[in-house]
Design a protein around this ligand. Sequence first.
Ligand SMILES: [Fe+2]
Length: 252
Amino acid sequence: MFADYDGIRDWFVRYAHTFDLSVPMIQMKYGHSFDVMKVGEKLAGALAWSPADAAVGVSACLLHDTGRFSQYRDFGTYYDGSSVDHGERGYEILSAEFPRALTDDEGREALFQAVRWHNKKTLPELEVRVAPFCRLTRDGDKLDVFALVDRRIREGTVGDLLPRHMPDAPLSEALLDEVERTWSGTYKNASSLRDFLLIQLTWVLDINFAPALRMLEDSGVLQRIRSRFPKDDARVQALLTALFARFAEMTA
Ligand SMILES: [Fe+2]
């Protein structure tokens, strides 16, 4: 499997610059792409991937949000539910525009599938040669979104990042029901910042690689999120206790 990482990065930089990067929300996704790439580098290193596999995995991390740029230009939102599935859009853009010379056929397939499936609630049955790249991209993306939201909360600018999620509003009943029932949550049931944070906590259950889980725990972000829920709400605290018990099982 082959991917020309330097060439791919050059292509991505050129592609992104066809959009207005002076728009803060678009610049944010541009920065996120490189941050996910850096997480992907760390993960591929921790997993001792071969240089060839690492080049494909790290490239997939960089390209994962290719669909975000035209999504924001066309719809003015990153909410897929009211615009377009940005994983599918990224897949379509790459299929139409990504240069053949930058990968071999296997590398192309792995990159495209990783972009296509990075944002789906669950992964379908994937080819063995493709699946690890999809998993790496999903873990890298989740880890950077944890870091990004955490940073923005501390800087007091999370409202710009998550305009649909009201900072001081309570958890939604529908989301609590959903997470208690299914251990996962959907954005259509989420309206407050705490709703978003609860959905984030359920992402941990979907982390694929042990080093990703370790990096997440070492960052302290999970405990900071936990501290942002009301201490006097027994239902919420019981759910958090159950979730954190499941995290502990994953690392045991
Ligand atoms: Fe994404």
